[in-house]
Design a protein around this ligand. Structure first.
Ligand SMILES: NC(=O)c1ccc[n+]([C@@H]2O[C@H](COP(=O)([O-])OP(=O)(O)OC[C@H]3O[C@@H](n4cnc5c(N)ncnc54)[C@H](OP(=O)(O)O)[C@@H]3O)[C@@H](O)[C@H]2O)c1
Length: 364
């Protein structure tokens, strides 16, 4: 039997919202060391990674074969989360394919692909459900698992399919940013009676580590994760129970939504280095209209029994997540959740996404 055991993992996207908990989980206990790619090794986030220990940073971009080769060489595992909000859908697809091919060539033993659902396919190829940042990953997740049928002994591979971070619902400048209106925390989003299978970033760290710890079972797997199907009336009720302050969800039609806080972004390219003159490029508005339609019509489900088996202590409800986050914020001196969502604090806090911290700028 081939050994897909790994000890040194090349990570793309390590300084990001997803990468930080994934790398923390990988290096915990000293089983794995990490080589993380970053365009800016002097950034606050790159330094935070170095401080974990057992982490080195390789400077460069994933849009460069020589850099990818250097990253994979000398490592035996790979965790690849390409940033589609940099590249746009078309360019992401190309570099994701090359990542897989170069990883094989350079002798990686186990490859984890940071995936999102192929939502267009799951919705029966109905273009109302097209979100480029989902399908750009989801198509390649399937392609990798297909290649893996031939290559599984040479290099194991798994897709790790996440979803909207739960943290986005309490953060500034996200599609589900909370607004405080007359003392009521309010989510105005075009969700209807649908649900969002939000994920908890801490649990993403656990799942990613599980994939590397169990390569024989994980080889060929598409591990699709979430906390639960989060219905926003229930998010608001849970927020009230946890904080003792009023909260509500207001179903909002798409035109009203796009005249709200995201109005300025609506016409921009969803990927900040994508060319709006290229007819394949989706605008923010088109991309996130498809995104909300996916949730409104419950296109995406999860196998929660499988997640309970793999991660018995996983966060199972939005209320549990909110309690945990409230506690964590207080311990870190950020204040209670109620205090954190007040506009002054929300906009002053360190952004969840590196992309927001960098003002949607940076090299391809
Ligand atoms: N937001 C969500 O809820 C969510 C949920 C699941 C999946 N995703 C997907 O995750 C991806 C973004 O990751 P994130 O959520 O962690 O966002 P993020 O916090 O904005 O992080 C972006 C990461 O991508 C890296 N990066 C960007 N361009 C790069 C390049 N050319 N070369 C090398 N590294 C580059 C950044 O590294 P440096 O700046 O250090 O180079 C950083 O580590 C997107 O494709 C998004 O669709 C997002």
């Amino acid at each position: 039997m081939p050994s897909h055991a790994t000890s040194r993992i090349f990570v793309v996207g390590g300084t990001g919202a997803q990468g930080l908990p994934v790398i923390s989980a990988l290096v915990a206990g000293g089983k794995y060391s990490v080589r993380a790619l970053s365009r800016d090794p002097d950034s606050r986030r790159a330094k935070a990674l170095l401080a974990l220990g057992n982490v080195t940073i390789l400077k460069g971009t994933f849009a460069d074969e020589a850099i990818l080769r250097e990253g994979f060489r000398g490592c035996d595992g790979a965790y690849i989360n390409l940033d589609g909000f940099n590249t746009g859908e078309k360019t992401e697809i190309y570099w994701a394919i090359r990542c897989y091919e170069i990883a094989l060539e350079e002798g990686i033993r186990f490859f984890v692909y940071g995936n999102l659902d192929y939502a267009l396919k799951k919705a029966g190829y109905d273009s109302r459900f097209r979100a480029g940042h989902y399908d750009g990953k989801g198509r390649i997740g399937e392609w990798i698992l297909f290649q893996n049928q031939t290559n599984r002994d040479r290099m194991g591979a798994a897709a790790f399919t996440t979803g909207p971070y739960m943290e986005m619902a309490i953060s500034a400048m996200t599609p589900m940013m909370p607004l405080v209106e007359d003392g009521v925390v309010t989510w105005r989003v075009p969700l209807g009676n649908g649900t969002v299978p939000h994920v908890a970033l801490d649990d993403c760290g656990y799942y990613a580590r599980w994939l590397f710890d169990h390569p024989e079972r994980a080889n060929g797997m598409n591990l699709e994760v979430a906390i639960e199907q989060v219905e926003y009336h229930r998010l608001a009720e849970a927020f009230e129970r946890v904080t003792g302050h009023p909260a509500r969800y207001i179903d909002t039609d798409l035109d009203t939504y796009w005249n709200g806080p995201l109005k300025m972004a609506a016409g921009l390219a969803a990927g900040y280095n994508a060319d709006l003159n290229d007819k394949s490029t989706m605008s923010f508005r088109d991309n996130f209209t498809g995104f909300w339609n996916i949730w409104k019509h419950n296109v995406i489900q999860r196998d929660y029994a499988l997640l309970d088996e793999i991660h018995p202590n996983r966060i199972r409800t939005v209320e549990q997540w909110l309690r945990h986050e409230d506690e964590r914020g207080r311990q870190q001196g950020k204040g209670s959740l109620w205090e954190r969502v007040q506009p002054d604090n929300l906009f002053k806090s360190v952004p969840l996404l590196k992309l927001s911290e960098d003002g949607r700028k940076g090299a391809l």
